[in-house]
Ligand binder design. Structure first.
Ligand code: ADP
Length: 595
């Protein structure tokens, strides 16, 4: 299968053609860079040799338009698909996606999250769709690998309204981190799923990723690619209080501050040059500012490596990639020095002797080091080509993140039950509203009693229902001494009896169930997920603690419902979840409830 891969940025267009057969080969490599008035630099490498120089294309659109002709000139044809690197896939794109009338508007809507990158990516998609209308076009997202990050890694501790507006950590460079983690595992001769790897991508942009048994668990970039490490022109971590300080002291506006953090900071801000080679040369010549920049750069990476080793409870390999990670032996040494306490010892000779020809991934740790240290070139385009091919061979249903709420034991009461428990004509006091509109937890509580024991202070959820329903966990049902069946809400015929006790008396009723897990959703979200009321789906919980897949989760569609999965406390404990978490919808089974 022959795949053309585009990586379009605001100031460059890189593209490659890959033959994914028994022996994978890159058969063409091209780039248009440094767009300026009336021209840019180009470089092509194909089977016939290579060529470079200046081309008359002054912007990205013109450069993309020139790709078909370049491919024709170099005799590269018979394409089967086009793959596109897309920077931001938001919370929904957790794998490659076919680019079509359904997915493109959803990607366009993510532009505010990546205003510099996504529009350039989409420009390439638009031209490619016009040029090759019959070829499948597939997007591979930089954020997708990190959608497995647990909520504790993705959540900023900011007001709820901000979080609801979409402020969360995403992480980038996912395709690179995924590729180098695989390559490192291959080099070590072990399964990726048996390893805890810290992937350190140091290019013009830079990030560190904790790859915990094959899945991204955390990474240093956040909502935007600004957070984390010191980069070529980006600051990485700064105190958010800087915004107020700069506004007050220097009278700077948000745009100015943001532009400076993106383009005038990092190595450039510290030394005037964004190029690590320059900075290293100047440091070697005794320039104090350059020496500080290098120390600061290495120190920030060291802190993240230490943090991720702690987050994963250990580390088996540290992998360096990106222009600096691949080429700067002195930077690798600075970063790794002093990690002996965690069993990482660098071999300085091996570190100096790294060569990366032919996808090599040399190990440069000292003999006896418990942690492997590996250097390898990143191959994002190759990884994209592979993911495109895999997606076309087995188009996976689109995985989607769904909030998971954990339901503690509770009851829904009929008016007859309220009368018996609290007195004739009593009205429950609505307390905390629940996320499902119109639902609330009452201020009052009841006691449940069974032959073996009691459960005190059980929550009452309103509004009242026609029939009393008592939802407990399996563990609760053991405590009561009543064998409660797993049932969907409302399916109460034949359910066992339990005694409810309130301040005014008791009420014996059937309706004791262990609620079957389910997903509440509304018609709009259901349509977007391609799901119908009564369908069953599988949901994967991956928090790096007790990951598991909940199969046969019932979809319940109701107007105005908040899309959310409900599980009980036993299920949450089994999955290592706290009061709430997140799950990824991974599969839709064909069954419909009742069949
Ligand atoms: P991008 O993120 O744009 O793909 P690269 O991965 O090519 O960038 O990384 C560019 C960075 O790598 C620059 O800071 C460059 O100075 C640095 N670099 C490349 N070669 C060396 C080297 N031999 N020693 C130190 N730094 C290097």
């Amino acid at each position: 299968m022959r795949i053309l891969v585009f990586n379009a940025g605001s100031s460059s267009l890189k593209f490659g053609v890959f033959d994914l057969g028994a022996a994978t080969a890159q058969i063409f490599k091209g780039s248009f860079e440094r767009f300026r008035d009336g021209g840019c630099n180009f470089r092509f490498q194909g089977e016939a040799g290579d060529d470079s120089g200046t081309a008359p294309h002054g912007d990205l659109a013109a450069a993309i338009g020139a790709v078909p002709e370049a491919l024709a000139e170099w005799g590269v044809g018979d394409l089967d698909a086009v793959g596109h690197r897309i920077a931001h896939g938001g919370p929904d794109f957790s794998g490659p996606a076919k680019l079509d009338d359904a997915s493109l508007p959803r990607i366009e809507a993510l532009t505010p999250l990546a205003p510099l990158h996504n529009p350039a990516n989409l420009e390439a998609v638009r031209v490619a769709m016009e040029t090759w209308p019959d070829l499948p076009q597939v997007g591979v997202f930089d954020t997708a690998f990190h959608l497995s990050n647990p909520a504790r890694a993705t959540t900023y501790a900011v007001p709820e309204a901000w979080r609801e507006a979409g402020l969360r950590r995403y992480g980038f460079h996912g395709t690179s981190h995924k590729y180098v983690a695989h390559r490192a595992a291959e080099e070590m001769g072990q399964e990726l799923t048996d390893l805890r790897i810290i992937s350190v991508h140091l290019g013009n942009g830079a990030s560190v990723c904790a790859v915990n048994f094959g899945r991204s668990m955390d990474s240093s970039m956040g909502l935007t690619p600004l957070e984390g490490l010191v980069m070529g022109t980006r600051s990485g971590d700064v105190d958010p209080g800087a915004f107020g300080f700069l506004a007050r002291q220097l009278g700077l506006g948000i745009e100015e501050i943001e532009a400076a953090l993106y383009s005038e900071s990092g190595l450039k801000g510290l030394t005037g040059s964004s190029d690590m080679r320059d900075v290293e040369d100047r440091a070697a010549a005794g320039d104090r500012t350059a020496q500080l920049a290098i120390n600061l750069y290495a120190y920030r990476v060291r802190k993240y490596i230490g943090a991720y080793a702690a987050a994963m409870g250990g580390v088996d390999a540290v992998v360096f990639t990106g222009g600096i990670g691949e080429n700067s032996a002195s930077m690798r040494r600075r970063i790794c020095d002093g990690f002996d306490f965690m069993g990482l010892h660098l071999d300085h000779d091996r570190n100096q002797a790294v060569t990366l020809e032919g996808r090599a991934a040399p190990q440069i740790q000292a003999y006896g080091s418990r942690v492997a240290v590996i250097v390898t070139e990143t191959a994002e385009q190759l990884q994209i080509a592979r993911e495109v091919a895999a997606h076309l061979a087995h188009p996976a249903p689109e995985a989607r993140q769904i909030p998971v709420a954990v339901s503690g034991r509770h009851v829904h009461l009929s008016s007859e039950a309220v009368d018996a428990l609290f007195g004739e004509g009593y009205e429950l006091t609505p307390g905390k509203p629940l996320r499902q509109p119109g639902n609330w937890a009452a201020e009052e509580r009841v006691t449940l009693e069974g032959p073996k024991g009691r459960l005190e202070r059980v929550a009452i959820l309103g509004p009242l229902r026609k029939r009393t329903q008592i939802e407990v966990s399996r563990t609760d049902s053991f405590a009561l001494g009543i064998d409660a069946p797993v049932r969907d809400s409302g399916a109460l015929d034949g359910t066992p009896k339990v005694r409810l006790i309130g301040p005014a008396g008791h009420f014996d009723t059937d309706g004791l169930i262990v609620a079957a897990r389910h997903i509440h959703t509304n018609p709009e979200d259901a349509a977007a997920m391609g799901l119908e009321d009564g369908a069953f789906v599988d949901v994967r919980i991956s928090n790096g603690v007790r990951d598991l897949v909940f199969d046969r989760t019932l979809i319940r569609v109701q107007d105005g419902a908040f899309t959310e999965m409900h599980i009980d406390t036993d299920e949450a404990n089994a999955a290592g979840l706290g009061a709430e978490g997140e799950g990824a919808l991974i599969e839709q089974s064909a069954t419909v409830a009742g069949e």
